[in-house]
Ligand binder design. Structure first.
Ligand code: FMN
Length: 368
């Protein structure tokens, strides 16, 4: 394929050509029959933009703030595990790209670059740390301390993964982490530790299910608050009930997500879950969204529907697979430009000009 890649879809097609099956399927796939995976992006097309005209959009400002810190655009990087399968610089390259674009980078607990490596590599990026709670709470406490020391600004607690979902492609492939890589936040964890249980399916699932604590409850958020003063963002909320409980538990942000459709098939697309959560807690905490963001118009729709910030997972992996830091910069620049066009042509000069009335569900028109 030529290297004339002009949209995120082009980078996805390119990644399909260059990644190994083991890595591509791990990055690409969703849980079960992948219904939700398809819907995550498709659902955006069911919402329609109602542009306004003649509103002087000559000078535009795409910047916003998240948890009080300025970012150049309302688009950040979601945590995805094991990025060195896509490029030798993995998470470090991804963080440097976010730094260059002036946006937030979220590092996964199960990264192939460590907390300290990422900090050294991208000293000025605004960075958040994604947390899984281990059965051995000392492991989690130590990760929190290291993230605090390294200047991470928030803890993103993933609440939708008591176990990892059944990703059939990984089971078929007997997914393994390539032998030269390791889970870098755990010095002792070599790929051999993850791969040793993969005779029956995904080695990663067996590994995770043996270490992560499936008995975690809302009380553990209390515990997390007792060990750190960093703001806590709850990632993976899909219902108003859980959003309300999250706010009561002291979360500073609610991250609406179905984990890129990787946990349980049959959930709504995350954009479909957004309205009830905005209605329930939108005036109390910041609301973020990920899942299927592939175009600047998706960003516009999510913001009009009440998200303060959106995050992308796979697109950054496709950027990494293309050309590391440069590839992720390209991805971010493409979607920033698309969002700028969406903003201008809808009659908005800045983020606060985006109003809820500017996006409606398609049923609005079929009723006419
Ligand atoms: C390959 C891959 C690995 C992921 N690893 C993590 C992880 O370690 N922690 C986490 O909270 N979410 C993880 N996620 C979910 C993402 O943070 C995010 O919710 C999702 O990718 C957003 O959907 P998108 O890929 O359509 O942008 C992962 C997603 C993918 C695709």
């Amino acid at each position: 394929m030529s290297d004339n890649l002009v949209c995120i879809k082009d980078f996805e097609v390119h990644a399909h050509e260059v990644l190994s099956r083991n890595a591509l399927d791990y990055y690409r796939s969703g849980a079960g029959q992948e219904e939700t995976l398809i819907q995550n992006n498709r659902a955006f097309s069911r919402y329609k933009i109602r542009p306004r005209c003649l509103r002087n959009v000559a000078n535009r400002d795409l910047s916003t703030t998240i948890l009080g810190e300025k970012v150049s655009m309302p688009i950040g990087i979601a945590p995805t595990a094991m990025q060195r399968m896509a490029h030798p610089d993995g998470e470090c390259a991804n963080a440097r790209a976010a730094q260059a674009l002036g946006t937030v980078f979220t590092l996964s607990t199960i990264a192939t670059s460590s907390i300290e490596e990422v900090t050294k590599s991208a000293p000025n990026v605004l960075k958040w740390f994604q947390l899984y709670i281990y059965k051995d709470r000392k492991v989690t406490t130590s990760l929190v301390r290291r993230a605090e020391q390294a200047g991470f600004r928030a803890l993103v607690l993933t609440v939708d993964a008591p176990m990892f979902g059944l990703r059939l492609a990984d089971i078929k492939n007997k997914f393994t982490l390539p032998p030269h890589l390791k889970l870098a936040n755990f010095d002792g964890t070599k790929s051999t530790d993850i791969n040793k249980n993969n005779e029956e399916g995904s080695g990663l699932n067996a590994y995770v299910n043996s270490l992560f604590d499936a008995s975690v409850t809302w009380e553990d958020i209390e515990w997390l608050k007792s060990i750190s003063t960093l703001p806590i963002v709850l990632k993976g909320i899909l219902t108003a009930q859980d959003a309300i409980m999250g706010v009561e538990a002291g979360a500073a942000g609610i991250w609406v997500s179905n984990h890129g459709a990787r946990q349980i098939d049959g959930t709504p697309a995350s954009i479909e879950a957004l309205p009830e959560i905005v209605k329930a807690v939108g005036n109390k905490v910041e609301i973020y969204l990920d899942g299927g963001i592939r175009d600047g118009t998706d960003v516009f729709k999510a913001l009009a529907m009440g998200a303060r910030m959106v995050f992308m997972g796979r697109p950054a992996l496709w950027g990494l697979a293309h050309s590391g830091e440069e590839g992720v910069k390209k991805i971010l620049t493409i979607i920033k430009t698309e969002f700028d066009y969406a903003l201008a042509i809808s009659g908005c000069a800045n983020i606060s000009d985006i109003k809820p009335s500017m996006v409606v569900h398609e049923s609005y028109y079929s009723r006419l």
